[in-house]
Write a protein that binds this ligand. Structure first.
Ligand code: GLN
Length: 440
């Protein structure tokens, strides 16, 4: 689960917490042991993004999100594993090796924890920490949460500062939480959000006390069921659970309404143009000169770039850089990149329209449960299909949570996803808590 363990930090922070507790000056997360996804820069602690190119990178500054968590009293156990540069859905692209899901498959087989925040999700599910940070660009918090049977929350784009988060796709990247339950998620998220002058896309909106979501009522609220999320290959057990949970909502006075998000089918191709395009620009900075891995054999500057990048990046990251530079290149820019931006707007418009008739949207998080390590490895498209139900909310910048809702016949967990309009996280928590309580 961990790329770097930080026991000395943990002990120092914990003894500081002990002092505060003795003095009766407890902060909200005093002494809470957490894992920090190794995508958040931590001052003087190695931050690798699970890439060889950053294998020995030690930042000299702290990300805003991690800073806020430390200031709230939480204790860092270490930096958790992820897919390289957060590109992946199974945690198998990490330079440091894949993470195993603590939940075993048939005959004790090893399953993927999902990705890219797989180390964080597995650590929480295994009880190695109380909570963990994640980042979600197209589903990287929600999908691993679903596969590991825990809660994963991605807030509205702009709620958390991206300062000090290793950039993948800047118009999509958003920090969030992986926790054992909904309450923990609300308490933790509250501490991570807020305007930061170091990130011009962070929101100036006031951050409500998410932990007080209990005060809201679902009575009379409307929950939309988008027919387009009934995708080919949706596991029938997940489908059944989705229907059952809708029925349960009706019993507490929620109105279930059918809605349509007609551009959903374009979400995946749109995402896999925009995210690689932004990634190819963001990853240009790893040139072997300024920081990160540098090839020592190179004789010319061109060779230095070429060899450092060829040796430093893994196959999936290279694939994204190539797709990204292709869709941004002269001659293809309008046909791919600009077109994708236009479709992205249509996807957002679908949601805006839907939220005129409902307050929340309920969907499955993933079409299926976790799979064997190594499966889908040779077929990137098959891997990308994991994201089909999480990517639309990312493209629209909407808050979305995955909450454990059931298990399949092999006892493998899966989540349901709740999406709201922008900045409506508290209502998302309220509905998620209702689903969580159904299992009790
Ligand atoms: N699985 C998606 C991808 O590979 C999403 C990753 C993420 O959200 N960081 O791009």
């Amino acid at each position: 689960c961990f790329i770097t363990e930080t026991p000395q930090h943990a002990l120092n922070m914990a003894s500081n917490s002990d002092k505060n507790i003795k003095k009766g000056e407890m902060r909200d997360l005093e002494g809470i042991p957490i894992a920090m996804k190794d995508l958040f820069c931590t001052k003087n602690v190695k931050t690798t993004a699970a890439s060889k190119i950053l294998e020995n990178f030690v930042p000299f500054y702290e990300s805003t999100v991690s800073q806020q968590l430390w200031e709230s009293g939480s204790v860092m156990l270490g930096k958790s594993n992820l897919d390289e540069f957060a590109m992946g859905s199974a945690n198998t692209t990490s330079f440091f090796g894949n993470v195993k899901n603590p939940i075993k498959g048939k005959n004790n087989s090893d399953l993927v924890p999902g990705g890219s925040s797989g180390g964080s999700a597995a650590a929480v599910a295994a009880g190695l920490c109380l909570a963990a940070t994640g980042s979600d660009t197209g589903g990287s918090i929600r999908q691993p949460a679903s596969f590991c049977g825990i809660v994963g929350m991605k807030p509205t784009y702009g709620r958390c500062s991206r300062f000090g988060m290793v950039a993948f796709a800047s118009s999509l990247d958003q920090a969030g939480t992986l926790t054992r339950d909904v309450d923990d998620s609300a308490i933790m998220l509250e501490k991570m959000c807020g305007y930061d002058k170091k990130d011009s896309t962070s929101s100036k909106r006031e951050v409500p006390k998410f932990s007080e979501y209990h005060k809201l009522s679902l009575n009379g609220k409307k929950i939309g069921i988008p027919k387009e999320y009934l995708v080919d290959g949706l596991n029938p057990e997940i489908k059944k659970c989705w229907e059952n949970v809708s029925e349960e909502f009706k019993k507490i006075g929620v109105e279930i309404v059918d809605i349509s998000l007609p551009h959903t089918k374009y979400s995946l191709p749109t995402y896999y143009i925009i995210a690689p395009a932004e990634a190819s620009a963001n990853l240009a900075r790893y040139d072997g000169v300024r920081f990160g891995y540098r090839d020592e054999k190179a004789k010319t500057i061109d060779e230095l770039y070429e060899i450092s990048r060829s040796e430093g990046f893994g196959a999936e990251v290279k694939r994204r850089i190539m797709i990204g530079t292709y869709v941004l290149s002269a001659g293809y820019y309008d046909a791919y990149y600009i077109k994708a931006l236009k479709v992205r707007r249509l996807i957002l418009n679908d949601f805006i329209k839907a939220f005129e008739t409902c307050d929340l949207i309920l969907t499955p998080t993933t079409p299926n449960v976790s799979f064997l390590i190594g499966e889908k490895q040779d077929d990137p498209l098959e891997m990308y299909l994991n994201d089909v139900l999480t990517v639309p909310a990312s493209l629209a910048g909407l808050p979305a949570i995955s909450v454990p809702a059931g298990n399949n016949r092999d006892e493998l967990p899966f989540g349901l996803q709740i999406i709201s309009s922008h900045f409506n996280e508290s209502l998302v928590f309220k509905a998620a808590k209702f689903i969580e309580d159904l299992k009790k």
